[in-house]
Write a protein that binds this ligand. Sequence first.
Ligand code: SAM
Length: 255
Amino acid sequence: MSKTIRENDSVVLMDGKGNRILLTVESGIKKVKDLGVYDPGDLIGANYYQQITIGNKKFMIMAPSISDKITAIERKAQIILPKDGMFIIFYCDIKSGDKVIEGGAGSGALTILLANSVRPKGKIISYEKRDEFIKIAKKNLIRAGLNEHVNIVKKDVTENIKEKNVDAVILDIPNPWDAIDNAFCALKSGGHVASYSPTVNQVEKTVKKMRECGFSGIKTLETLQREMVVGERGVRPSFNVLGHTGYVSFARKVS
Ligand SMILES: C[S@@+](CC[C@H](N)C(=O)[O-])C[C@H]1O[C@@H](n2cnc3c(N)ncnc32)[C@H](O)[C@@H]1O
């Protein structure tokens, strides 16, 4: 049986060309980017994967994927892109039921990926010291339908991490080396730490601190992403490479 759309659901409208519009189903006429003036409340009671016509355009109503949710976020700070976020989730073995500390939340892009990985029973506790980012991260999490899996706390992650026995600590702050001691104390044996930094000197200071703290299996990696253009007459790499964004330093507590 197909699921019915309810008030406050997040939905994607996809046209015949694959263009996607992410909407929150709230009643009231508004201007929607790429759609014009529309009342999303008109979708209440319709079914997912049903075709609808708005104006003279046809759309398929779909449940948003994690990629749709990340693409649609409002950004205020540099975000961790999916190419780096998925890499963090893989190497830190983040999975359903895990308890993960994040510092800081920023716009909440990584928080969305983490929350999607630990749900339904896991939790992300995100330390963020600035109110404006707490506000924007919460807004993005609510829009993504993942807010219930996250606690954003107004705290400096370099001062203290109150939680103990956590599965992973993920840092995206300018001075991650100042939070490495706290990460070590918060982690369970076998827990993972990952630190994302754009510059080499940040990496050097962070890795030095990881060694001093007694972390094991320390390594720093970078990912680059290049699409292949598959044409009728041949296949070639895209000229637009998603190149340097940041380095991720990983380590594990084994004591
Ligand atoms: C680059 S942004 C994080 C972006 C985030 N990873 C994302 O994907 O949207 C860095 C955030 O860390 C916060 N921050 C910086 N130092 C912090 C600290 N010591 N404790 C908590 N938050 C901190 C900043 O206010 C900012 O919001």
